[in-house]
Each structure stands twice: as structure tokens, then as C-alpha cells.
Design a protein around this ligand. Sequence first.
Ligand SMILES: [Zn+2]
Length: 46
Amino acid sequence: MVEYKCLNCKKIIRMEELGKRARCPHCSYKILVKLRPNVVKHVKAR
Ligand SMILES: [Zn+2]
């Protein structure tokens, strides 16, 4: 799942909520930061 963070209101917006408009649905701010899900891979070095 891809999520974005609005730099204006600091809310997390899912890509589904965004739709085709790349702007915040809460405050109409245009600058959104893409968040990466914290996928931590544990790799054993042996
Ligand atoms: Zn916003």
C-alpha cells in the first residue's frame, strides 16, 4: 500500500483517497511526500 503525507496538514493520505488528483483531500495542498512502508527484512548473514 502506498501512502502519502501532506506537508501542510501532516495527514496521511492513501493513494486510493488521492485518486487522480495529486493533492491533499483535506487542505488541497499539492505537495505530498510519498511514504514507504517499513518493510524490514531480516537476513541472516550465515
Ligand atoms: Zn493536507
